[in-house]
Design a binder for this molecule. Structure first.
Ligand code: IPM
Ligand code: MN
Length: 353
């Protein structure tokens, strides 16, 4: 199969972790006789430095022409403490999501048997956790009307949702639930927010189309609590943009390392696959960042974008092997020897043959 993949390495540790995923993908392509055509493009702070714009049109064209996008991370500390910066790397991410119509962010959380004691949560609480948070990604308060009034002394951000935006996200949630344990949790704040009441009403209306799925409706504050108390009680969860942003970071702690969790963003055009961690600027260029989340994102890409399940399973198997054999970076090595980012990538690709 011919695979046209846009490669957006981005900032910080992005290029280093992406390099390892590329090694792994190329090994997979060789083994299974695929031909990968990689096209690199700039996004984030590096794009601002190069062309003054974090998601340039040229990058958008590369993304639109590709079958899938593999993304590293964006962000640079030089913008973090400057609320007046005219352009910011994160704007590139939001623009990319909007222009590519990436309305759903799929973030799985699962545990690795060999790493279960790395989690700050007790073993008996997290064992068996395997959940997916489906976060709406192109609506809500992130994209609503915002501004200042009263000579700048009052600020507002508005959360707006249309029924159609909720339906298309919830549909993915119901379909995912059908393929898993037929349990869906709609997370909202319907006791206070009108937009949440529309979410709840819309999802309730859809229940009749999926009679096999059991839907629960829970308030986001209670979910934040239960997610660390009994994560294994959840399966597929759907929620709006900001709640999803917060809950997915919370969920990432369960597995024991943010450096392990992959994600996919899907929608109207090309799907994008990325680790959930950020650009980790303190580690940039040091060859110490954990590449596994990016490698597992590549596995999601093979399965979800190309329907190549065997390839995805093999990637997951070699990742498990590296965890079991302790060929891991310092964030999860504990007292044992820590390997370099590039050494982990070499190990993984050499096991695919
Ligand atoms: C994420 C990030 C982004 C978000 C930022 C960088 C704009 O936190 O992908 O979760 O808030 O969506
Ligand atoms: Mn976030």
């Amino acid at each position: 199969m011919k695979l046209n993949i846009a490669l957006l390495a981005g900032d910080g540790i992005g290029p280093e972790v992406i390099d390892q995923a590329v090694k792994v993908c190329n090994a997979i392509a060789k083994k299974f006789n695929h031909e990968i055509n990689w096209t690199s493009a700039l996004t984030g702070a590096c794009a601002i430095d190069a062309v003054g714009e974090p998601y340039p049109d040229s990058t958008h064209e590369v993304c639109m022409a590709a079958d899938a996008i593999l993304f590293g991370a964006i962000g640079d500390p030089k913008y973090d403490n400057d609320p007046k910066a005219p352009v910011r790397p994160e704007q590139g991410l939001l623009k990319m999501r909007k222009k590519l119509g990436l309305f759903a962010n799929v973030r799985p959380t699962f545990t690795f048997p060999s790493l279960i004691d790395n989690s700050p949560l007790k073993r008996e609480r997290i064992e068996g956790t395997d959940l997916i948070i489906l976060r709406e990604l192109t609506g809500g308060i992130y994209f609503g009307e915002r501004g200042r009034k009263d000579n700048g002394n009052t600020a507002f951000d508005t959360c707006t949702y249309t029924r159609d935006e909720i339906i298309r996200l919830a549909k993915l949630g119901f379909e995912m639930a059908m393929k898993r344990s037929k349990k869906l949790c709609c997370v909202d704040k319907a006791n206070v927010l009108e937009s949440s009441r529309l979410w709840r009403e819309t999802v309730q209306d859809m229940e009749k189309d999926y009679p096999e799925v059991t839907v629960s409706y829970e308030f986001v504050d209670a979910v934040a609590m239960r997610l660390v108390q009994w994560p294994s009680s959840y399966d597929v969860m759907i929620t709006e943009n900001l709640f999803g942003d917060i809950l997915t970071d919370e969920a990432s702690v369960i597995s024991g390392s943010m450096g392990l969790m992959p994600s996919a963003s899907i929608g109207l055009h090309t799907s994008l696959f990325e680790p959930i961690h950020g650009s980790y600027p303190q580690a940039a260029g040091k060859d110490i960042a954990n590449p596994l989340a990016t490698v597992l994102s590549a596995a999601m890409m093979f399965e979800d974008a190309f329907g190549l399940k065997e390839e995805a399973e093999l990637i997951r198997a070699v990742v498990n092997k590296s965890l079991e054999e302790g060929i891991v970076t310092e964030d999860i090595a504990g007292k044992n020897k820590a390997y370099k980012t590039s050494e982990v990538g070499d190990y993984l690709s050499s096991r695919i043959n």
